[in-house]
Ligand binder design. Structure first.
Ligand code: SF4
Length: 289
């Protein structure tokens, strides 16, 4: 099987429960959202990604030949190239064998030790779900102990993957590993996505059956926090039991540093968890970090 891969790199997890853990990031191509509202006044949508897409497609030679050439954006989705159709040629379709070989090349010791795998996007729970069991069953992946799916929480987990992950966890959980985690970055109205498409409590409750699951809300304003509280109430009413993190908005340092302390204080005040975005102060959120 093949998976269209936007990025495959080794770094430190900057967000959520695995902050600071050395991790391989497998960023799949494609998303069901565009999140053009991030960093914009409410009701307005960012045009940054579309303007870059015009540059990419309006010349005979493309403007950006690889991910490292792509500019960072300060509004909208900070991983726009992982789903925008104009950048799809930057994401190769790779066999699961080729993906595993590349992972072995970037792991510091050429094998899994204490590193964790992050399957992210775009939205990693789109059609690629059907390829993950083949990828994870590769003999060179046997030493992997923990995986996080970074999802927007709107997609249903397919039956085969669900079954496979439950089996994959057996043995690893007995040895004290978390095995499977779902990091659900549910999209509030500040993303620009409609509530009814983004907040899907029953789907997230199903992830919780399969692995450790937490919610992570991106916060810029008091209104965002009010929206987060409304969403949390809906998830709890559906039976969700996991932790909730607040994370500051800001894919670029100037925006992040205006927000991080305020969001940390807000999380403390309400007894919620705070997630940093360590990739911003450490690595300026460059592609491949
Ligand atoms: S769900 Fe995530 S990857 Fe998809 S558009 Fe929104 S922020 Fe970007």
């Amino acid at each position: 099987m093949k998976i269209k891969i936007s990025e495959l790199f080794y770094s430190i997890q900057g967000e959520g429960r695995y902050m600071g853990v050395p991790s391989v990031f497998l960023r799949t191509y494609g998303c069901n959202f565009t999140c053009a509202g991030f960093g914009m006044p409410r009701g307005e949508l960012s045009k940054e990604a579309d303007n870059l897409a015009l540059l990419q497609t309006s010349h005979e030679t493309v403007a950006f030949k690889k991910y490292e050439d792509l500019p960072l954006v300060s509004t909208g989705c900070d991983s726009y190239a992982s789903w925008h159709p104009s950048f799809k040629d930057l994401s190769p379709l790779m066999t699961t064998d080729a993906i595993v070989e590349r992972i072995m090349e970037i792991l510091p010791y050429g094998e899994w030790r204490d590193e964790h795998l992050v399957i992210t996007g775009g939205e990693p729970l789109l059609g690629w779900q059907k390829s993950y069991s083949e990828l994870l069953s590769h003999p060179k992946m046997a030493g992997l102990k923990e995986i996080t799916f970074e999802t927007n929480g709107s997609m249903r987990l397919n039956k085969d993957l669900r079954h496979y992950l439950l089996n994959w966890s057996l043995g690893r959980k007995d040895r004290g590993y978390n095995a499977i985690t779902f990091s659900v970055s549910a999209k509030l109205p500040c993303s620009g996505e409609p509530w009814e498409d983004a907040i899907k409590p029953e789907r997230v409750c199903d992830y919780e059956y399969v692995g450790h699951t937490y919610l992570k809300f991106v916060i810029a304003t008091g209104q965002d926090f009010e929206d987060a509280q409304r969403a949390i109430a809906e998830y709890r009413a559906a039976g969700f039991k996991g932790n909730v993190y607040l994370m500051p908005v800001g894919g670029v340092e100037s925006v992040y540093s205006m927000n991080n302390k305020k969001v940390a204080l807000l999380a403390m005040k309400h007894g919620l968890r705070y997630s940093d975005r360590l990739q911003v102060p450490l690595f300026k959120n460059e592609w491949g970090t």
